[in-house]
Write a protein that binds this ligand. Structure first.
Ligand code: NAD
Length: 260
């Protein structure tokens, strides 16, 4: 797909981090960008900066996602690109023993479910609604109608202590990539997933300098954190390169996460 001003894109989690870098990159190529995010404080100024549209959307709500697509499509026309970056994660062990009191507790299922709802179900909800919209479009050259890029994590393959829910959610995104690509093959819609390693986003910027340095040192090569622009560059490649379909690609400097 040629990336220019004839193309519009929706980026979930677009107000921050990897989504924000992707929004800036696609906008710099002329693509008309709509940001879906819960966070209006960051999303509104970024949309203004890149000449895009901000849609306040919680990806766990069918209605909010539908309203977001309606708003984005009214402003820019039907999107041909969907990038799913909205995501969350917290560290909770499957069962844990309190160091001070000795109390033993199972992982709260409500927390497990919340992570799955945002990362996995939220991603699928946006894919399903976006694909239905893309199917109304006339095909471009070579029969292509659209492209979808999802964000998993290397935790889909090597999850660490406390990452059962996060890894399950990201493993679900990896697992559904090929069947979704197959569901949409007759419609000319491609679907790919990126598994980022450790990227320098908002979360990492709050970490002390010595911890950041240790994380950078743990990457085989190059010995540094990933830059959000490097993620954005792969999104653009997955959109441009028409043979990229049904793929799950690690972008991680060859890191393999240790147990903790
Ligand atoms: P980030 O916190 O900077 O951005 C995530 C964005 O998602 C935020 O703007 C947040 O408001 C939004 N969001 C969260 N829940 C939402 C919801 N329910 N509805 C709508 N928006 C919601 O994080 P990031 O580092 O840019 O991460 C982006 C994605 O990349 C996530 O899916 C994350 O799991 C994944 N990832 C990040 C890294 C990394 O090292 N940064 C590594 C692997 C995977």
């Amino acid at each position: 797909m040629k990336l220019d001003s004839s193309i519009s894109a929706v980026i979930t989690g677009g107000a921050s981090g990897l989504g924000a870098a992707t929004a800036r990159h696609l906008a710099s190529l002329g693509v008309r960008v709509a940001l879906f995010d819960r966070d209006a404080d960051r999303g509104i100024p970024l949309a203004a900066e890149i000449g895009g549209v901000f849609c306040q959307v919680d990806v766990t709500s069918d209605e909010a996602v539908a309203a977001g697509f309606a708003q984005a499509r009214a402003a820019h026309g039907q999107e041909r690109i969907l990038v799913n970056c909205a995501g969350t994660g917290d560290g909770v062990k499957t069962a844990s023993r309190d160091r001070n009191t000795g109390e033993i507790k199972p992982h709260p299922i409500s927390k497990f479910d919340r992570t799955l709802q945002i990362n996995l179900v939220g991603t699928f909800r946006c894919i399903a609604q976006s694909a239905a919209g893309m199917m109304t479009l006339p095909p471009l050259e070579h029969g292509e109608r659209g492209v979808i890029v999802n964000t998993a994590s290397v935790a889909a393959e090597d999850g660490q202590v406390g990452q059962a829910a996060y890894s399950a959610s990201k493993g679900g995104i990896v697992g559904m990539t090929l069947p979704i690509a197959r569901d949409l093959m007759g419609e000319g819609i491609r679907v790919n997933t990126i598994l980022p390693g450790i990227f320098d986003t908002a979360l990492l910027q709050t970490v002390p300098q010595n911890v950041r340095a240790a994380l950078a040192e743990s990457v085989p090569f190059p010995k540094r954190l990933g830059q959000p622009e490097e993620f954005a560059d792969l999104v653009a490649t997955m959109a441009r390169n028409g043979y990229f379909n049904g793929a799950c690609v690690r972008l991680d400097g060859a890191i393999r996460m240790a147990p903790r």
